[in-house]
Each structure stands twice: as C-alpha cells, then as structure tokens.
Design a protein around this ligand. Structure first.
Ligand SMILES: C[S@@+](CC[C@H](N)C(=O)[O-])C[C@H]1O[C@@H](n2cnc3c(N)ncnc32)[C@H](O)[C@@H]1O
Length: 246
C-alpha cells in the first residue's frame, strides 16, 4: 500500500508487510523498489535537492527581518554555526572583522559562493563535524558566535553549544534566532508527533527542541530572550531570539 503524505515533496509512506518505509519519489513509481533504492532517493534528496530548498525557504522576508535584528549588534571575529547558504552575510554590520563558517553541507556552501564573494569582510570556511561535537578553533578566540535556525538540525546541539562556549572570549556573546518547542502543550504535542516526518523532509530538523534549555544546558547564561510565534501556523513557528553569555 502506498500513501502520499506530502504531495509537494513527493514523500511516500510505503507499507509493505509489517514495516512502513518512508522514501522520496523522484520519478516513476515505487513498485519493485528496494530499501537500497529508498536510501539512494534520500541521499539524492538530502545532497542535491534539500540545499536548494533551504536556500529558497530560508530567504523569506520574515526571516530576513529577524536576521537583521539579531545580527545588528554582532562585531569582531565571528563564528557562524550551521552557515547554510550564507543568507546572513548581507545582514552583518561593517564592524565584523572576520567570519568563520561551519556547515557539513557542501552543496549549501557552494550555493553561498556569490554571497561570500560579495561580503565586505573575509569569510573562512572550516571543516565541520557531522554531529557538531567538535569545532576546530582555539579556546577564547571569538568575539561572537551566531546560530540562526541551526540548533534544530545539528545532531548533538548541546555539545556543539559547549564547543561554542569554549571558543568564545569571556566577554563574547552567542547571538541566536531559532525555532523550537512551544510552551503550549497542545502545540508541543503536535510538534512531537510531526518531528519524525520533519526530520526526513528537513534533513534532521526537529520541531520540538527546547532551545533556551539547550543553551543553558551547555553552560550559557541567557542575557536576553524574546519568544513569539512567527506565523499563525504555530507548529513550526515558535521562535527564540536573543543573546547568551558564556
Ligand atoms: C535550516 S538550515 C539553516 C541555515 C542557516 N543558518 C540559515 O539561517 O539560513 C540548518 C543548517 O544546519 C546545518 N547543520 C547540520 N548539521 C550541522 C553540524 N553538525 N554542524 C554545523 N551545521 C550543521 C545544515 O547543513 C543546515 O545548513
């Protein structure tokens, strides 16, 4: 039995015998498909299609406005985790001296190319640990760390935040805007239900991470925090924007 669960992205829930599988139909039908085909489809989706979706979806005007608000005060040597396709670059002020970018998605970094070349400060890409567990920079070396909608996706987000804290100077700041768990129990329940599907469609993105709690678990002290729904569709739009001290 096949159930199309997301027509726009061609995601199919395929139930054969006892084991439901979720795969992406790129073309043709799934009849006769094997688990290996499913994995290949997902690999193709994650590596070739998802970076373009991120580039397009994350460029929406509401997000641009939030980027401007969060990045306005960022200066000096900056580390950006989950750099994506470089959509933050036009929003940094002239007080940024250098930006170091970390992201394991090589296609995203290619899509960032023009933005990197147009940046008025040097942008250096360093290699990323897939889990986020290790960031190859010395202790106390950065004035600011920036994360915009990446803590939902980085597999070991708390360990990545610990690394950010290690790397930040004592008077440095973490600047963030993220989506995450809603304080409304009904919404949070739907976030829990939909997260397994969202992880597939969104390359590991969780709808239900308690962002402020993750930041504090890593040892940061939250200095300012604004939480709000960014859209009437509450399940994916509960935002956490603010700064934290190491
Ligand atoms: C929703 S996108 C956000 C991209 C960008 N921050 C923005 O604001 O447009 C999440 C990003 O987190 C990245 N990511 C996933 N795992 C990561 C890791 N271990 N370390 C750093 N970034 C990671 C993904 O590749 C993706 O680019």
């Amino acid at each position: 039995m096949e159930l199309a669960t997301s027509a726009s992205l061609g995601i199919l829930l395929v139930i054969r015998g006892e084991k439901p599988e979720i795969c992406l139909r790129i073309s043709g039908t799934t009849s006769g498909h094997s688990e290996k085909d499913g994995e290949q489809y997902m690999g193709l989706y994650t590596e070739k299609i998802l970076p373009h979706l991120i580039n397009h979806f994350m460029a929406q005007s509401d997000f641009s406005r939030l980027r401007g608000e969060v990045l306005e005060a960022v200066s000096g040597r900056v580390l950006e985790i989950g750099f994506g396709t470089g959509l933050n670059l036009p929003h940094y002020s002239a007080t940024v001296a250098e930006l170091i970018a970390v992201d394991p998605c090589s296609r995203c970094l290619q899509l960032a190319d023009d933005r990197i070349r147009s940046a008025p400060f040097p942008v250096r890409i360093i290699s990323a640990d897939e889990t986020g567990a290790r960031i190859d920079l010395p202790d106390d070396s950065m004035d600011a760390v920036v994360s915009t909608w990446s803590l939902c996706t980085i597999p070991d987000a708390v360990q990545a935040l610990r690394e950010c804290r290690r790397i930040l100077k004592a008077d440095g700041r973490l600047h963030f805007v993220e989506h995450g768990r809603s304080p409304e129990s009904g919404v949070a329940r739907w976030q829990d239900r939909l997260t397994p599907m969202q992880k597939i469609i969104g390359g590991g993105c969780h709808l239900n991470r308690p962002i402020a709690g993750l930041i504090e678990s890593a040892g940061f002290h939250i200095e300012s925090l604004r939480t709000f729904y960014n859209s009437p569709v509450k399940v994916g739009s509960y935002m956490y924007a603010g700064t934290a001290r190491p």
